[in-house]
Design a protein around this ligand. Structure first.
Ligand code: FAD
Length: 400
């Protein structure tokens, strides 16, 4: 196919993904530029929704339809954009500034990869693997809610942030919950032991049963449900399984196209990948070595990238970014210290109220975990935290 540079100059800004990254970027772009053609492409139905609410559906009395907001048609109108739904991008071709949807090429002026992260699947033996539900988007959630209808016993794989949020929500919804995870505490790597113990205690008071240490080895159908065999020989009966063992940024298509990838798609402070005119944002992006699968960094990226794409190169910076974990039975706010930060946890605990501060060599605050009533101190501590990605004074120029 003949390649013509002029085609690209008049071509649309193409955003792959209609999650919080893709839609918020489109919104922010439209505030700054109402006319440049904008094309969003998504493999799902393009319905706008807030993913964090998926782990609050039972407490809020909302099913998948209740959590969905505008559909793709309404979004296209609001954003003055074309939105292609149920459309999977299969290849990037940076040298020709185009992408491929099967056999169809689409040229772009600039391309934004906002295609998120995918659930990690663990290998399990037995005949009931189709009863394991990952929940990473509204479609997954719809399938899960349909399967959970009229059932009582849910086994959750994974005791990370998302596994614990689902445990709290399902217990609130009247389900019996077993949590299986190979770690020795919940939210390992995120929480010091005392804070983890407080949250686990809260969930146990609601009725959760934790099985920490083993993994699920085998899942089989029995007369009235499923039997899960754990690696320590224990067996548990349940009706369905939620998998919350973790997420991995989607990097395959980027790597195949020669873009630099590490844990995520490697981008600089302008969110530009190793190729000109291609940017990455949200769960799929690794910004200066930081692969943070949260909304706050994504929104900082949205604001910077919208400006960059409208002619004002703007570097992303992150302030303190505490995470509020949605375990209402034991409120938890955590601001993990930077990976490898030198320091130690200093913990004061009164029952379920834990104030854990991660202090550096000169006593400066580098991170914290607050549970129960101690979460009220979050604002005061936030002011003392260092930024996660400090503002830089100099202006970088775009790679040509
Ligand atoms: C249950 C749950 C609770 C959470 N709670 C919180 C919270 O309380 N606070 C917080 O900060 N974060 C939370 N998070 C994380 C937060 O939701 C994510 O960081 C954020 O939603 C990621 O948005 P995204 O747009 O980058 O990716 P996604 O929402 O995953 O969007 C990816 C998009 O790309 C599309 N796509 C993928 N591949 C292709 C392809 N090849 N071609 C075309 N389209 C493609 C998909 O269809 C989708 O539209 C939670 C996550 C989960 C799962």
């Amino acid at each position: 196919m003949h390649y013509n540079e002029e085609d690209n100059v008049t071509a649309p800004i193409v955003i792959i993904g209609t999650g919080l990254a893709g839609y918020n970027l489109a919104r922010e772009l439209r505030k700054l530029d109402s006319t440049t053609p904008l094309l969003l492409i998504t493999s799902d139905d393009g319905r706008s929704y807030s993913k964090p609410l998926l782990s609050t559906g039972f407490a809020m009395g909302k099913d998948a339809d209740g959590l969905g907001q505008a559909d793709a048609g309404e979004m296209a109108e609001k954003l003055n954009a074309e939105i292609r739904t149920h459309t999977r991008v299969t290849r990037l071709e940076p040298a020709a500034r185009r992408i491929w949807i099967g056999n169809e090429p689409v040229v772009y002026r600039d391309l934004v990869l906002a295609w998120g992260a995918q659930t990690i699947r663990v290998p399990v033996e037995g005949d009931a693997q189709d009863a394991i539900f990952p929940i990473n988007d509204l479609h997954d959630y719809r399938r899960f809610r349909a399967a959970a209808q009229g059932k009582q016993r849910v086994l959750i794989l994974g005791a990370g942030l998302i596994g614990c949020e689902f445990a709290n929500d399902l217990l609130t919804g009247g389900y019996q919950v077993d949590v299986v995870a190979p770690s020795t505490q919940i939210m390992p790597g995120l929480l010091p032991l005392e804070a983890a113990t407080a949250v686990q205690g809260g969930l146990q008071q609601l009725g959760a049963r934790f099985h920490l240490g083993p993994v699920l080895q085998r899942l089989e159908r029995t007369g009235d449900g499923l039997q899960a065999r754990l690696s320590d020989g224990q067996t548990l009966n349940c009706d369905l399984v939620v998998s919350a063992v973790g997420l991995r940024p989607r990097t395959e298509l980027a790597a195949e196209a020669g873009l630099q990838v590490a844990r995520g798609i490697v981008v600089d402070r302008l969110l530009q990948t190793s190729q000109p005119h291609i940017y990455a944002l949200g769960d799929c992006a690794e910004v200066e070595g930081l692969s943070l699968l949260y909304v706050m960094p994504l929104m900082s990226g949205v604001r910077a990238l919208a400006r960059t794409l409208t002619g004002t190169p703007t570097m992303v910076s992150y302030g303190a970014m505490p995470v509020t974990v949605k375990t209402p039975v034991c409120p938890l706010v955590v601001s993990p210290p930077a990976v490898g930060a030198e320091g130690h946890w200093s913990v004061e605990a009164q029952g379920a109220d834990v104030r854990a501060r991660y202090l550096g060599p000169s006593g400066q605050l580098l991170g914290y975990a607050l549970t129960g009533a101690a979460t009220q101190e979050r604002m005061a501590l936030n002011r003392q935290l260092p930024p996660v990605l400090a503002e830089l004074p100099q202006v970088l120029s775009l790679k040509a």
